[in-house]
Write a protein that binds this ligand. Structure first.
Ligand SMILES: [Zn+2]
Length: 318
């Protein structure tokens, strides 16, 4: 008990030259005894603010540009245990908006890559059959010189002829088919909602916060909560990919796009709930709101309605 009191004891302000500010609202805390900001109401522990060795998080992506890949993976995995993650990250640990933006970009790139990788087996088999077809025509041109003469007289060379009727590599029709199957189905709506949802959540949280006593909380902290909860989309993409691959292997689906759409309709809402849960933990353990559940529930309802409205306007033109 005595030790706890020493740990939580206020600083000796006469000997402390450094300016100590509230990590939430930047209010100057000089002279305070109670570990609670009078401006925004944030409760903290003195050592978290006073100890310089605690200002860098052990692995979070924002703080470790010297090991990008490792810190990205650790942050992504760390988010799977939200309570541990949000109690290890403290608002006094500086937020780096550029690194947060980079984190979002990599997250979206990973989602897109995961979604398109459902086409990998089909693309490989397409490339193999194209190569086989070209070989057959080459053999036939050798066996029947009149066919070779015809190709040369019409297209300049056999290769030119083959390049027109059976182009090698990933070509335009292949890409168009992938886009039509991925972006043309119901998964397009889900993908767009996945991307609009965090933006709508951030906007709803900022509006909601203004209407509450915590209006002074800096947007960078809200952004942090939304960004680290948003990486749920990587897991949504990966689980959807596994689900789609299993249904495709079972022969129940006409094409990879349909299998992916089916998977995302099931996995997407579960991922959405996971996102909301992580946000709730962030509001409880990181921003330390008094009513985190009610706050997150209200913002998620607003974000859901806003995303639905935008998606409807985009797809139905109303
Ligand atoms: Zn404050």
């Amino acid at each position: 008990m005595a030790d706890e009191q020493i740990v939580d004891a206020p600083p000796d302000w006469d000997t402390l030259a450094e300016e100590i500010r509230c990590p939430m609202c930047d209010y100057n805390l000089r002279g305070l005894i109670e570990p609670r900001c009078p401006e925004c109401g944030f409760r903290f522990e003195w050592p978290a603010l006073l100890d310089p060795t605690r200002r860098a998080h052990p692995y979070v992506f924002e703080h470790h540009p010297e090991r990008n890949v490792r810190s990205f993976i650790q942050t992504l995995l760390g988010g799977l245990r939200p309570t541990k993650f949000w109690t290890s990250l403290h608002p006094a640990q500086p937020s780096r908006p550029k690194r947060l933006t980079a984190y979002v970009c990599v997250t979206i790139a990973l989602l897109v890559m995961t979604v398109f990788s459902v086409f990998v087996p089909l693309t490989i088999s397409d490339l193999q059959s194209t190569a086989q077809f070209r070989r057959r025509l080459q053999v036939s041109a050798k066996r029947y010189p009149e066919r070779l003469d015809w190709a040369v007289s019409r297209y300049g060379s056999l290769k030119n002829y083959l390049d027109i009727i059976a182009p090698t590599g990933i070509n335009q029709p292949m890409l168009r088919r992938m886009l039509d199957e991925t972006i043309g189905g119901p998964q397009r709506k889900l993908l767009i909602v996945c991307l609009i949802f965090p933006i709508a959540t951030f906007a709803a949280m900022m509006i909601f916060q203004i209407s509450m006593s915590r209006a002074k909380v800096s947007p960078r902290h809200v952004l942090r909560c939304v960004v680290y909860s948003f990486d749920s989309v990587v897991w949504i993409g990966m689980v959807s990919l596994v689900y789609a691959s299993v249904t495709l292997a079972g022969g129940n689906m006409p094409n990879p796009g349909a299998a992916l759409g089916d998977a995302m309709i099931i996995v997407g809402p579960i991922g959405g709930l996971f996102f909301a849960y992580r946000l709730y933990v962030a509001y409880r353990c990181y921003l330390r709101f008094d009513r985190p559940f009610a706050t997150v529930l209200a913002t998620q309802v607003i974000a859901f309605l806003a995303s639905l409205r935008i998606a409807t306007a985009l797809f139905m033109g109303v």
